[in-house]
Design a protein around this ligand. Sequence first.
Ligand code: SD4
Length: 332
Amino acid sequence: MKRRDFIKNASFTGLGLTINNSFAKNAILEKPIFKANKTDKVILPVVIATWNVKKATAKAMEVLQAGGDATDAVEQGCKIEEANEKGQTVGKGGLPDRDGNVTLDACIMDQHGNCGSVVYLQNITHAVSVARKVMEETPHVMLAGEGAKEFAILQGFEPEDLLTEASKKTWEKWKVEANYEPIINIENHDTIGMLALDKNGDISGACTTSGLAYKMPGRVGDSPIIGSGLFVDNEIGACAATGLGEEVIKTVGSFLVVELMRQGKSPQAACEEAIGRIVNKPHSDYKNFQVGYIAINKSGETGCYSIHQYFSMTKFQDGINEQIQSDYFNKD
Ligand code: SD4
């Protein structure tokens, strides 16, 4: 039986969900037991994104409604935030590293499992589009630093100064004490991770960020790392992450969420378990950092969960573009 046929075989997947644990563990290794809910009508398309980014999800939905596919949608949606100079965590206007350099990380993954990524990219606003070019125009997955910038320029991207006056002022204030403390993010806006399920039922995702403010020069986070900041499996679903990238990388967070969905968990339950993997580590310092996940499955069900309060997801489906407050782990 082909893998795709296996997923479609509802009676066998039903069995997979009820068998005892030890057999289930073996079964999971070989065969996905994800069960799409065939009785509920799925209202397509669906777009979700980290944080409160209604303009970005609106753009993605516009692309989908105009007949674009999920990959076009997530790229165009993310570009809205990259161009928004007021957002100090993405694209132009992003806060710099401790030396004053704005460096961007981004990736994109399509319904065929193709992916592209840029890390430590400077002077190019639309990192997500460069990542797409890496995916489509090169034999590679990831380009870094100067190589990524040179490639972008060859592809026709215009170099520009990404450090806006506002971000420069914020950085100069920070330099007075220069304390490096990754703060728990309680803003309404941050790194954008976006997932789209298009009219054909295909899923793509993208993620773009300027990373942690005042990071060490050269630091790269989870956002451009396939499996950490983003993962898409068109047979199962997709996940994107935000927050302290180091913690997401250590648990390969987005891949983990998709694998948990493959084992039969809902997007919500999968996000909760992936956060559990971080907070339940012996000596976890979770009280001092934030991580949030958003996820979607092939049925169009969505979920989100974070360590701390104030994480949110924007969701656009069936004409409603809304911000949804995420449930969270730390209720102390
Ligand atoms: C990073 N995950 O570079 C990104 C930053 C982020 O909310 O998402 N902040 O670690």
